[in-house]
Design a protein around this ligand. Structure first.
Ligand SMILES: Cc1ncc(COP(=O)(O)O)c(C=O)c1O
Length: 375
């Protein structure tokens, strides 16, 4: 009996799920200074912690009520509450877009390298994912993406600023893409917008196929809450609400949301520390002749070539986690490092030269002629 025949009477996942590649970020063992996941490792607003401490059993025993949170987010982002859907992180926003719009055979366009979950949720629906590769400078491939749009294009996902490159897409280019693909939902994922770039939120509701996502996982320091927001035109948001669970966002996160939104001072001082750290890290890379990609986010991607693995493990030995991005398309030999608060950045910059000396590092030019900082 063949293997397939032996499986015939058994429960099988859908075929596309069986062929889905596995995305396995570490789900444990991340002790140390976590400069690997673009989290805000400084913490979160003390007002959020005060709200948490003041919570009673009622927060936990009642089903969460999302509406007040949507009104609060709408007020902060200057959109209508009906244009906002709170989600279980941006991850769920992407998942809901895929579930709402994609049928098997539809095409999804993604500029790579970028955040992995766009591809995973799209493939899981049976849609076809077409990737558009960025050039050696890892700039947003606007013209190539426009050229790849077809009548079957149903979803386009763009992170702006992008992860793992920190690159920006120009606002005019993004709006041109929405016009060129009127049958497609165009998601502009602004997870890192606090750190650079120009938002397109002011176009929500004006552009019929434009969606914007925001997260509380990065600048707000609330990755553990799993809280995000999807914004889009009211008629489309009605469709997304049909697919979403009414209780997709947990009550603890919802109760803390206003405290997080209102403490703008916390966000501002954290962002200022990231900007300082980013400038220092980029200056360090320049001084060492290490190629890097100028970043508009809270992390910087740099090229360590054949030293990549030993660099990541030596950093780990010293209690600093950084992210190997070698397997991202166009990112061979690269490592991404997240910035933290002033003390954490100082520790990073103290350790870096010692680590490079310990591993006998010699800077290598990028294999391609176009070194990213040599613009
Ligand atoms: C571009 C981008 N979008 C979304 C996310 C995930 O956001 P959330 O924690 O809100 O699910 C990440 C996380 O790294 C990201 O890099």
């Amino acid at each position: 009996m063949s293997g397939t025949e032996a499986n015939e009477g058994c429960l099988r996942a859908r075929r596309v799920v069986e062929t889905l590649k596995e995305y396995h970020p570490p789900l444990g063992g991340r002790q140390g200074l976590r400069l690997d996941f673009n989290e805000n490792v400084d913490g979160c607003s003390p007002r959020v912690l005060d709200t948490l401490h003041a919570m009673t059993a009622e927060t936990l025993n009642k089903y969460p009520e999302r509406l007040a949170g949507e009104v609060a987010v709408a007020r902060t982002l200057k959109v209508a509450p009906e244009e906002v859907l709170l989600t279980n992180g941006v991850d769920e926003a992407i998942h809901l877009l895929a579930e709402t719009y994609l049928e098997p055979g539809d095409e999804v366009l993604i500029a790579v390298p970028t955040f992995s979950m766009y591809e995973i949720y799209a493939l899981a629906t049976g849609a076809t994912v077409r990737t558009v590769q960025a050039n050696a400078r890892l700039e947003f491939p606007s013209a190539a993406l426009l050229a790849a749009i077809t009548p079957r294009t149903k979803l386009i996902c763009i992170a702006n600023p992008n992860n793992p490159t920190g690159a920006l897409a120009a606002r005019e280019d993004l709006l041109q893409i929405t016009q060129a693909a009127p049958r497609a939902a165009v998601l502009i994922d602004e997870a890192y917008i606090h750190f650079g770039g120009q938002s397109v939120i002011d176009q929500v509701g004006k552009v019929a196929n434009l969606f914007v996502s925001r997260t509380f996982s990065k600048a707000y320091g609330l990755a553990g809450f799993r809280l995000g927001a999807l914004l889009g035109p009211v008629e489309q948001m009605k469709m997304l609400r049909r697919v979403a669970s009414p209780y997709n966002v947990n009550g603890v996160a919802l109760e803390c949301l206003s405290a997080a939104l209102d403490d703008e001072g916390y966000i501002d001082q954290y962002i200022a520390q990231v900007f300082d750290g980013r400038a220092q890290l980029e200056a360090f890379y320049r001084a060492q002749a290490i190629p890097y990609w100028p970043s508009q986010a809270n992390f910087v991607l740099a090229y360590f070539g054949e030293y990549r693995q030993v660099f990541v493990s030596e950093m780990k030995q010293r209690g600093i986690l950084v992210r190997d991005r070698n397997s991202d398309p166009g990112c061979a030999g690269t490592v991404r490092i997240t910035l933290g608060n002033r003390q954490q950045n100082a520790r990073l910059l103290r350790e870096l030269p010692e680590v490079l000396a310990a591993i006998g590092f010699t800077a290598q030019p990028l294999p391609s002629a176009a070194a990213p900082e040599a613009r």
